[in-house]
Design a protein around this ligand. Structure first.
Ligand code: ISL
Ligand code: CA
Length: 553
């Protein structure tokens, strides 16, 4: 049995393009990351998950890999990577890579060969099918707009792409493909990396019954996740590759339910160490997807997160996140961008960081960074946003332009991809020249330099949260119980472990809330709080976006 060090770890996600630019071309890079290791050490995180940095035509900022063995020149060289890894290790920081193997780039040599003829030995590395009634083989819609199939004139067949046409899906049914992927994983593991975050790994087994070549019609987002052979593929991967190294693995598992997660992230350790689920961040979606102005409902949020806390307890392991490179900023989504920005950022962090699981902090979250004031469609860089606008506004005219721009400001993935705010100076200290995507103009108030030297900053608060997790086993191992499930403003839960007990109380509303403490907390001591919190006569009164954690004595 390995040590399972990742159960006590805090992971920090870096989106390399937007983190720090070392050579003044406006694009973040590996040397930029190396130059900021001191900052990350100061924050106290243990693991850095770096979004893709391998060779790529960058249609999806590296989530479209054309060579898994080399570094994209915009990000640096293999020597830069080796130096980053060594420096991180010297400082006691681990590095986890993004493994993007549900699909490759359409510029990967495998795809070039595969498309070249129906007889090519690598034809079967991707999914090629004949059309149906003069159109695609089935009715699937791709994640990034349009059909999930594209006709390739060279051979007159269609290929499958669940994302964009530049991201053809790899055919995991093919054993040689699997062997090539496992070899590539060993290459990086032998370099000494500390694990993988696996991109849409829940999609790798397509819904094909044994021997059948027919893709069923229906909603691709429901049909593709958790396919018939996914657990077989992952347990083979575990046996043949992962189990030989002392690493952590987290699978991005779009469409995963608690029951499925218990298989992927089972505590027997036969597949992955944990998965990312989407249920909580999907709560402001609708049948028509994410382009709307719906808000996450707190009662629903509590229900979902509680179901995951209970469902995985003792059986599997949770990952905890509010933010990543695909999500809008949490302060803008569930907190307050104005007067209570810092306070709500701390409240949200408190709520998440006292749960059971491994917490993930996305760059800038520790500063309380917000969504960006993009003005027009020309300000966006993300293909998902641009394609959705083109499809829904320009072509189908289903959403008016102004309305769509409003939805994009709320939900676009670019909200989290604006450059990191290092200081209040030129280009926020991110780069010496114009960044590849606009800066959020609020970097003058919200930046790392200012927060690192201010005791009450969001950064300082995250440091404390991370430190508490290291010191207190109850945060890692304790039992979780939700109180007041139907309260529309308060999220209150307890953790208990070996006779100790904590109560975590968070006010998700912009006005004061009072609640009565259970008897056993009447003389409790404050572990952490984001405000002066009067506890009087067995009651707590929390101001707008207040948060407090009490330890029973
Ligand atoms: O971001 C999403 C919708 O806004 C998700 O549906 C997302 O596409 C899905 O979670 C898969 O995400 C991952 O794979 C994509 C890539 O664009 C994302 O950045 C990545 O996190 C394709 O590789
Ligand atoms: Ca650069």
């Amino acid at each position: 049995m390995k040590t399972q060090w990742w159960k006590k770890a805090v992971v920090y996600q870096i989106y390399p393009r937007s983190f720090c630019d070392s050579n003044g071309d406006g694009i973040g890079d590996l040397n930029g990351i190396t130059s900021k290791l001191g900052y990350l050490k100061e924050l106290g995180v243990d693991v850095l998950w770096i979004s893709p940095f391998c060779q790529s035509p960058m249609h999806d900022n590296g989530y479209d890999v054309s060579d898994y063995y080399s570094i994209n020149p915009e990000f640096g060289t293999m020597t830069d990577f080796d130096r980053l890894l060594e420096s991180a290790h010297n400082m006691g920081l681990k590095i986890v890579m993004d493994l993007v193997v549900n699909h490759s780039s359409n510029e990967h040599p495998w795809f070039t060969e595969s498309r070249s003829s129906r007889e090519n030995p690598r034809r079967d590395y991707y999914f090629w099918r004949d059309g149906r009634d003069g159109g695609p083989p089935n009715d699937w819609k791709a994640f990034f707009s349009g059909p999930a199939w594209t006709l390739d004139k060279a051979t007159g067949q269609y290929y499958l792409h669940c994302f964009s046409p530049q991201q053809p899906d790899l055919n995991w049914e093919n054993p040689s493909l699997r062997a090539e992927i496992f070899d590539m994983m060993r290459f990086w593991l032998n370099k000494g990396i500390d694990g993988f975050r696996m991109d849409v790994i829940s999609f790798i087994s397509k819904p094909l019954n044994a021997g059948s070549l027919v893709f069923p019609d229906g909603d691709m987002r429901i049909l593709v996740p958790n396919g018939p052979r996914v657990h077989e593929f992952l347990s083979n991967m575990r046996r043949e590759v992962l189990s030989r190294y002392d690493i952590m693995t987290v699978g991005e598992a779009s469409g995963v339910t608690v029951d499925e997660a218990v298989k992927y992230a089972n505590s027997g350790g036969s597949e992955l160490d944990m998965v990312f689920h989407f249920e909580h961040v999907g709560l402001d979606g609708s049948e028509t997807g994410k382009w709307n102005d719906l808000k996450i409902n707190l009662v629903e949020l509590k229900k979902v997160l509680t179901r995951w806390q209970h469902g995985l307890f003792g059986r599997a392991w949770n990952s905890l996140y509010w933010c990543n490179h695909d999500q809008p900023r949490i302060v803008s989504r569930l907190g307050d961008e104005g007067e209570y920005r810092e306070k709500s950022a701390k409240m949200l962090a408190t709520c998440l960081h006292f749960m059971q699981g491994t917490p993930y902090v996305y760059q800038g979250e520790e500063l309380g960074m917000t969504n960006a004031p993009f003005a027009g469609i020309g300000d966006y860089r993300d293909l998902e946003s641009i394609n959705a606008y083109e499809e829904l506004v320009v072509q189908e005219k289903r959403i008016a332009e102004g309305e769509m721009l409003r939805y994009l400001r709320l939900k676009s993935r670019d909200n989290s991809r604006t450059p990191m705010h290092w200081n209040g100076g030129r280009h926020a200290g991110f780069s010496d020249s114009e960044p590849w995507i606009m800066l959020n103009p609020n970097y003058r108030e919200i930046n790392a330099e200012e927060q690192m030297q201010r005791a009450g900053s969001v950064f300082a608060y995250y440091k404390t949260l991370i430190k508490l997790r290291k010191e207190m086993d109850i945060i890692t191992h304790g039992d979780y119980q939700l109180l007041m499930p139907d309260d529309p403003y308060l999220f209150i839960y307890t953790r208990s472990y070996g006779g100790e007990e904590l109560i975590v109380a968070c006010n998700f509303s912009g006005f004061g809330q009072v609640f009565t403490l259970p008897e056993r907390f009447h003389s409790a001591k404050v572990l952490i709080a984001n405000e002066a919190h009067p506890i009087t006569e067995g009651a707590v009164s929390l101001g707008a976006f207040g948060a407090v954690v009490l330890a029973a004595t």
